[in-house]
Design a protein around this ligand. Structure first.
Ligand code: UD1
Ligand code: MG
Length: 503
């Protein structure tokens, strides 16, 4: 099939186009047990960004070359791409060669991209694909310019914009190292002749590897050179080989995400201290305060205030909601909800419109009804709380018996007194109340009041006598029996007090 190049502004997928992404390398310089393609950048594995850019450029077939930790890399990158195996890591040229069998019947241009260049934009790839199709060339490659391109392969061009050859930093002479134009490792090469050239490259270089870059020199020598397509902003094609570069690239990616949000009407108070993953959506006039993380599959509505110091992960958040100094994950929050400071909203919670979850409240797998207030110091797990219910400070659901989780169901407009302990499974009906300090072990009927606590007794003068006895003890004077507390009284106070009062 004849490959039709994408026009630069087309976003349609071209089923006849193809990309090979190289992700089989050993990632030695990362010094990590996690393979480099899987190191996260703004919520996606490093190489997933490259896959996405290819897809958004309209590439139909994406083939990822895996090798080092192949199974793990495949699992991490998912099954929406094809994989080929590079059993031994003999270099980037050898990695590209591993796609030969998969591309046997392919006659178009192949985008070949290193898997460690996550910032490349789809429009740049489209520009490259279009350039590769022009004239009688072997293809085209991106080039970039940096004041200090240490580590990168240097690009040697003629004065007509054709690349003569690429020399790796390690193999370069001092004169070659002085060249500021470098190779971002993003090529679009015509399949015809590509594998024949790949088979001809040797490993006579500092690393003893088969370098993909040598194809460029072979193409030029054959009279069908590869055209240089400069990228304006070198930051877009920075490669990740070390953790230092990982942090640098992640910083650029974050800025890109934040710029998208700001241009869409979101206030980001301090972009340098705000961490938003690539797929997060935020509505107009929402304010993101510093030290806030919006992660994973998260959507925040309009006019919200998130932060300072909030972590919001995999959440749906409605409009006009506030989340301050809190962590909320894997659930949904309605509109006009106030969360925090210091709330911990664990997975499986739905917090409905107008609810208030205050300081040191932990929720897990709970459905919190409209207008519910749980303002302080509570644990509500595996529970339904009906609309308009007030949950007093210190309320705890005892949801776990050591083997199973049990549910607490509280009706609408109930009033749960402070320090109520709800031993699940248990139900509290609509409009019911529990007295402060009550341990609820039986269902409470609607509009009833449950009280379960020891009745209080006040001992007149006891405290004064107890103090007097101890003052005397301190002076070593014997304490007359008449001034000691009785045994019965002593037994009602805590152990420490009881012990000393009897001495
Ligand atoms: C490569 C280029 C260099 C360029 C730089 C840009 C070569 C020889 N050098 O160097 O000119 O400036 O990228 O970032 O290509 N890989 C495999 N199998 C292998 C070896 C590598 O799949 O056997 C993959 C790696 O996983 C990686 C990519 O190829 O995604 C590039 O390899 P890497 O070792 O990062 O090459 P660089 O030293 O960065
Ligand atoms: Mg690299």
């Amino acid at each position: 099939m004849q490959h039709t190049p994408e026009s630069p502004d087309s976003t349609e997928t071209n089923p006849g186009s193809c990309a090979v992404i190289l992700a089989a390398g050993k990632s030695t310089r990362m010094r990590s047990d996690l393979p480099k393609p899987l190191h996260p950048v703004c919520g996606l594995p490093l190489t997933a960004h490259v896959i996405r850019a290819c897809r958004e450029a309209g590439v139909g077939r994406v083939i990822v070359v895996v090798g080092h930790e192949a199974a793990r890399v495949r699992a991490g990158l998912g099954d929406e791409v094809e994989y080929v195996l590079q059993a031994e890591q003999l270099g980037s040229g050898h990695a590209a060669m591993c796609a030969e069998e998969a591309l046997r019947d392919f006659s178009g241009s192949v985008l070949i991209v290193a898997g460690d260049v996550p910032l490349v934009k789809p429009e740049t790839l489209r520009r490259l694909i279009a350039a590769a199709a022009q004239g009688d060339r072997s293809g085209a490659m991106l080039t970039a310019w940096l004041k200090d391109p240490t580590g990168y392969g240097r690009v040697i061009c003629d004065d007509r914009g054709n690349v003569l050859r690429i020399v790796e930093h390690r193999d370069a002479s001092p004169e070659e190292r002085a060249i500021k134009v470098w190779n971002p490792s993003i090529y679009c090469l015509k399949a015809a002749g590509l594998f024949e050239m790949l088979h001809r490259i040797g490993s006579d270089n500092a690393q003893g590897e088969l370098y993909l870059t040598d194809v460029v020199g072979l193409a030029s020598a054959a009279g069908r050179p590869i055209a240089a397509v400069p990228v304006e902003d070198a930051r877009e094609v920075l490669g990740v080989n070390t953790r230092v570069e990982l942090a640098e690239v992640a910083r650029h990616m974050r800025m890109r995400v934040l710029e998208r949000l700001m241009l869409a009407g979101v206030t980001v108070v301090d972009p340098a201290a705000t961490y938003v993953d690539v797929d997060v959506e935020v509505g107009r006039d929402t304010v993101i305060e510093p030290q806030t993380h919006l992660l994973g599959d998260t959507t925040v509505g309009e006019r919200c205030t998130i932060g300072p110091m909030a972590v919001v992960q995999n959440m749906r958040v409605g409009d006009d909601t506030t989340v301050v100094q809190s962590r909320v994950c894997d659930g949904a929050i309605g509109s006009r909800v106030r969360i925090g400071p210091f709330a911990n909203i664990r997975p499986g919670c739905v917090i409905r419109d107008g609810a208030k979850i205050g300081d040191f409240v932990e929720l897990k797998n709970a459905d919190i009804g409209e207008g519910v207030a749980a303002s302080h110091l509570s644990y509500i797990g595996d529970a339904d709380v009906g609309p308009g219910t007030n949950v007093g400070a210190g309320t705890i659901t005892c949801n776990y018996d050591g083997y199973h989780k049990h549910r607490t169901v509280i009706g609408a407009r109930a009033f749960i007194g402070s320090h109520t302990t709800l031993v699940a499974p248990v139900r509290v009906g609509d409009g019911a109340m529990t007295a402060a300090g009550t341990v609820v072990t039986e269902d409470v009927e609607p509009d009833s009041m449950a009280i379960a606590r020891a009745r209080q007794t006040n001992r007149e003068g006891w405290a004064a006598r107890w103090r007097a006895a101890h003052e005397r003890h301190r002076e070593n004077a014997p304490v007359p029996a008449s001034e000691r507390g009785s045994r019965a009284e002593d037994a009602s106070v805590n152990g420490a007090t009881q012990g000393s009062a009897q001495e």
